[in-house]
Design a binder for this molecule. Structure first.
Ligand SMILES: Cc1cc2nc3c(=O)[nH]c(=O)nc-3n(C[C@H](O)[C@H](O)[C@H](O)COP(=O)(O)OP(=O)(O)OC[C@H]3O[C@@H](n4cnc5c(N)ncnc54)[C@H](O)[C@@H]3O)c2cc1C
Ligand code: FES
Length: 259
């Protein structure tokens, strides 16, 4: 556990905020796909920590991008620079960085574009971000990927930017264009999107990893509040794994698709 003094806490758009903490210990070992478990300063009535993916590190500054969805995140959005939160992390199993000859294809929805960003640093080859959102107003951080040399392709439900459709609709055309290239997929976003992505990858025998987020309690593997079903060799073909400790990142082949 470490104290994280807030350096800045600014609205981005559509209820998303970008917060920076002074957190040298977290920054030192943070890897793409990991998260920090945050005890939000001054949150008296709801004592549970809240998990947030590590978006980026810059020296000793740790950046998280969060959406205001409830009591905790609403309280967090009102904290000013100088307030100190207790941070646990980096926690969880990170993404496996792509091999030098692999092109990373990042597939995100919701806060997924925040959680996938550190892969732009871990990858040698410049890759592609496929980003899905309800409409243009919900598209966040796409410019950061362009600045990192990634190509960005968008899909929105209302067609206000990119193609009209789902982010997974972007995959077949990409595969056709990049035939012969070694692609490795990384997903983070809403559960239905991730299950659809895992199904596509498994059907085509493509390598990839998926971040399965879940409501969490302890965050360190002790309480089993965060279990998900994953495939297993043993009967009945699946077992429970903790998303905080065994995940949140899982191989797409291990994702349980049959419920
Ligand atoms: C590993 C991990 C990484 C995460 N990374 C991010 C991130 O980078 N940015 C971000 O904005 N959010 C992230 N989340 C989700 C974030 O933890 C929740 O949005 C937050 O805890 C909500 O707290 P609250 O007190 O505001 O909401 P609450 O009052 O607790 O809940 C309000 C609403 O949010 C829903 N909710 C709560 N927790 C989750 C969750 N884990 N997943 C989906 N819905 C949830 C509740 O079901 C409820 O509908 C992550 C979650 C996990 C498990
Ligand atoms: S949150 Fe306690 S085991 Fe995962």
């Amino acid at each position: 556990m470490t104290n994280g003094e807030i350096l800045s806490n600014e609205p981005l758009k559509s209820g998303y905020f970008l917060i920076r903490f002074h957190a040298p210990e977290v920054c030192r070992t943070a890897r793409a796909g990991q998260f920090v478990h945050v005890r939000i300063a001054g949150l008296q009535t709801y004592i549970l920590r809240r998990p947030f993916s590590i978006h980026s590190t810059d020296g000793d500054a740790l950046t998280i991008v969060y959406k205001v969805v409830g009591h905790g995140t609403e309280h967090l959005s009102r904290l000013a620079p100088g307030a100190v939160c207790d941070l646990m992390g980096p926690l969880g199993r990170p993404y496996t960085p792509p091999a030098d000859d692999e092109t990373p294809v990042l597939v995100g929805g919701g806060y997924g574009s925040a959680a996938l960003y550190l892969l732009t640093r871990a990858a040698k080859r410049r890759g592609v971000l496929l980003l899905g959102a309800r409409s243009e107003a919900d598209v966040i951080l796409d410019d950061r990927y362009r600045d990192a040399g990634f190509e960005v392709r968008l899909a929105t439900n209302d067609g206000s930017v990119g193609i009209k459709g789902l982010v997974t609709d972007l995959i077949a055309p990409l595969l056709a264009e990049r035939a012969g290239e070694k692609l490795r997929f990384y997903g983070c976003g809403p559960r239905p999107m991730l299950l659809a992505l895992a199904r596509m990858l498994n059907e085509r025998g493509l390598p990839g990893e998926i971040s399965l987020d879940h409501l969490m309690c302890c965050g360190v593997g002790a309480c089993f509040a965060c279990v998900v079903k994953v495939r297993s060799e043993a009967a009945p073909g699946w077992e429970y794994r903790r998303t905080c400790k065994d995940g949140p990142v899982f191989d797409a082949r291990d994702v349980w698709l049959d419920d």
